[in-house]
Design a binder for this molecule. Structure first.
Ligand code: ADE
Ligand code: ZN
Length: 341
């Protein structure tokens, strides 16, 4: 059996892709205070330590309350650029070679920050990181599910001049009480524009919401999906359709979706034949970036080499990269894993 030290080393060094990452969730307290000062806006917390001390969540909503407060200091294109570039630099150190990141336009439009300001800042950072680090990317616009479908439609209208920079559409925010079917029409409109679709489902919401993501929305991917494991037919359907689950171990721990990392269901997902992947969700709030998530799994779940390999490959094959662009990364993974016993 591969020792856990060499498995950890492999996990840290292997090429990775991140498929579930909210750019606003990468807002580190230090940067948040710096940007707040630059924009002369006040934060509710009077120090970085006081803010960090508030990062104790009992559920998704506890976190979201702080997440929306934090993002409220983002005003200019430069702010969005700096936020995105800081994340990309950080995960370049973790050997992340491809990212598919969410942003929440409605969280900024509601404060008077234009779609153009947001998307230009984020896009320019992604393009610069591609130049500087050779990192490829996709940008996913996510609808806030606690708002109504009319607001999602308005957001889609705002996005239309920038569709060249938008590679897909997602659904996030408070899950319970806001089922995917609430957004059936707007997702139909997105699909008609040729946009791939993903949705948070089964993070806190019941298996019924995952069914709706599959059958009403017709998702190409499922974000989280933990509670799908409660329904055997659902597991079989996800498996049959070959859908990727973007699983977020440290997020699940911080938001009490699981009680301990030891009990995390990601290995069970693999055993059931589901295409699980590892992602960080909102790393600034949940205590870890990509490699921290892998490290937690290696240390606490007795994950084996074959499972680690499956997780790493699933992220590339589940990405929206063209197969010919996935291939070199998959070949690197094969080569690296062949050399570790
Ligand atoms: N927005 C940012 N992170 C989220 C999460 N984990 N679930 C739902 N909405 C989110
Ligand atoms: Zn998420």
């Amino acid at each position: 059996m591969t020792s856990s030290d060499s498995l950890l080393d492999l996990a840290m060094k292997m090429p990775k892709t991140e498929l579930h990452l909210h750019i606003e969730g990468t807002f580190e307290p230090e940067q948040m205070f710096a940007i707040a000062q630059r924009n002369r806006v006040a934060l509710k917390y009077d120090s970085i330590d006081a803010l960090k001390a508030a990062y104790q969540f009992e559920n998704l909503q506890d976190f979201l309350d702080l997440y929306y407060q934090g993002m409220s200091v983002l005003l200019t294109e430069q702010d969005f650029y700096d936020l995105t570039m800081a994340y990309l630099k950080r995960v370049h150190e973790d050997n992340v070679v491809h990212v598919e990141i969410f942003f929440d336009p409605q969280g900024h439009l509601s404060r008077g920050v234009s779609f153009a300001t947001q998307v230009t800042g984020i896009h320019n950072a992604l393009a610069d990181a591609q130049q500087q680090f050779g990192m490829s990317y996709r940008l996913i616009m996510s609808f806030l599910r606690h708002l109504d479908e009319a607001s999602a439609f308005e957001t889609l209208e705002q996005a239309k001049p920038y569709l060249e920079w938008i590679d897909g559409v997602g659904l996030d925010s408070s899950e319970v009480g806001h089922p995917p079917e609430k957004f059936a029409n707007v997702f139909r409109a997105c699909k008609a524009l040729g946009l791939p679709v993903t949705a948070h489902a089964g993070e806190e919401g019941p298996p019924e919401y995952v069914w709706q993501a599959l059958d009403v929305v017709g998702v190409d991917r499922i974000d989280h999906g933990n509670r799908a494991l409660e329904d055997e037919d659902l597991i079989a359907t996800i498996k049959h359709r070959g859908l990727t689950l973007t699983v977020c171990p440290l997020s699940n721990l911080k938001l009490c979706v699981v009680d301990t990392m030891v009990e995390h269901p990601i290995r069970a997902m693999l055993r059931l034949g589901l295409k699980a992947t590892v992602n960080s969700d909102d790393p600034a709030y949940f205590g870890g970036y990509m490699n921290d998530n892998y490290a937690a799994l290696v240390k606490d779940t007795q994950i084996g080499k074959e499972e680690l390999y499956a997780l790493a490959c699933n992220a590339f094959t589940g990405s929206w990269l063209a197969p010919e662009d996935q291939a070199p990364h998959l070949a690197t993974l094969k080569e690296m894993f062949a050399h570790v016993r």
